[in-house]
Design a binder for this molecule. Structure first.
Ligand code: FES
Ligand SMILES: [Fe+2]
Length: 386
């Protein structure tokens, strides 16, 4: 643990082309300081999916969550606008909304009963008469940048303008035109959410993302069922500015029965959006993965499963599709835990990347490096200015 944070970041060569590149070093997956810097940079500068639009479809519906330790509440106002706030009471900082989701006529803090409107204005302050110079209008809930895209609500914690975040200034700029144009014809908004599943396991969040971005490299070895429906030699990888699309033709001949029954059609599309959101689209199904860091070596992944028809009559077929997704996830979780153990070993420092398969990981590592490098520099110059 001798190396400085700056030395750890600089030990990755972000300018090497893919054929010469190595992965980020193992310390990036284990060092607590690097993890803390990621939360302050990667997870505060970027836009993050926080909930589905259908979870806040009526006035008063809200969802609470947390990004990089920041409590957040998303709520649809009486004016029908979806807003995001820091879920922190302006009185003594308690969480105002404490349920994961629900419907409320107003936002009422359980501690001393302060009440905010659905639009975040402070309305009620019981027992507060005689307090001098208190500007109620200036004590509404603190807003957080919030925007919608396709089926989801996104927020961004950091709103300070800086060179690094200019491209992150609004959600469209962050996602980029190329990604927006690619996703738009996929008809995602015609799909309906059926079910959510959580997976918590012991590895750094980046191990899961790396595994997702290896261009199908692991599929023939780890996922026999999935491998039987994908065309491994025609598996393609396309990098965008802050996203990677992996796609594969689907084959029906020789398909393993359970997988073949629910993975049909022409293509499987796998979109990763930096840093931690994935959209997986098949004919008649979609699932999304949200990868949440829960510690340097702890990760939670939330899967949401969507289908064109979520009525009772389609339930059995949908559950069969979810079952296949779950089996693949179990296989991925086992290997991620194994990789994390290896990353902790003195025997491993970094590995090389397959040119044919691992361009997505290369992009991920370079984006991380760029955020961490500028984040550390900002921190150093802020401290110097104190
Ligand atoms: S902390 Fe919310 S009312 Fe006191
Ligand atoms: Fe996998």
């Amino acid at each position: 643990m001798g190396a400085s944070l700056s030395a750890i970041i600089d030990s990755y060569n972000a300018s090497a082309p893919l054929a010469e590149a190595s992965t980020i070093p193992s310390s990036w997956y284990t060092d607590e300081r690097l993890y803390a810097l990621e939360l302050q940079t990667v997870f505060t500068n970027s836009w993050h999916m926080v909930c589905r639009v259908d979870q806040v479809s009526a006035a008063g519906q809200y969802v609470t969550t947390e990004i990089a330790g920041e409590p957040i509440v998303i709520v649809r106002g009486s004016d029908n606008v979806i807003r995001g706030f820091f879920n922190v009471c302006r009185h003594h900082a308690a969480a105002v909304m404490t349920e994961p989701h629900g419907t409320a006529p107003h936002l009422r803090c359980p501690y001393h009963g302060w009440t905010y409107s659905l639009e975040g204005e402070l309305k009620g302050t019981p027992g507060f008469a005689g307090v001098c110079g208190f500007d109620r209008a200036a004590n509404g809930l603190v807003t957080i940048n919030t925007a919608l895209w396709e089926n989801w609500v996104f927020v961004q914690i950091e709103d300070k303008a800086s060179v690094e975040t200019e491209a992150h200034a609004n959600l469209e700029a962050f996602l980029g035109e190329e990604l927006i144009n690619k996703i738009s014809p996929l008809g995602l908004q015609s799909l309906h959410w059926q079910e959510r599943r959580h997976y918590a396991f012991d590895c750094n969040w980046k191990v899961f993302v790396d595994n997702y971005l290896d261009g199908g490299y692991h599929v023939p070895h780890l996922h026999k069922g999935l491998d039987s429906v994908l065309d491994y030699s025609n598996y393609m990888i396309e990098n965008g500015e802050r996203f990677c699309l992996q796609w594969s033709p689907i084959v029906s001949e020789g398909a393993e029965e359970q997988t073949g029954a629910v993975r049909k059609g022409e293509h499987a599309l796998y979109y990763w959006i930096y840093p931690n959101f994935m959209i997986n689209r098949y004919d008649g199904a979609m699932d999304t993965n949200l990868v949440i860091p829960r510690g340097a070596d702890k990760t939670e992944v939330i899967f949401d499963f969507y289908f064109p028809d979520v009525s009772e009559s389609a339930r059995e077929r949908n559950l069969a599709s979810i079952e296949v997704g779950e089996r693949i996830q179990d296989e991925d979780v086992a290997i991620c835990k194994s990789v994390q153990r290896g990353l902790n070993s003195r025997a491993y420092e970094a590995g090389r990347l397959s040119v044919r398969r691992e361009a997505g990981e290369h992009l991920f590592h370079r984006l991380l490096w760029s955020d961490l490098k500028s984040g550390l520099q900002n921190m150093i110059s802020n401290n110097a200015g104190d």
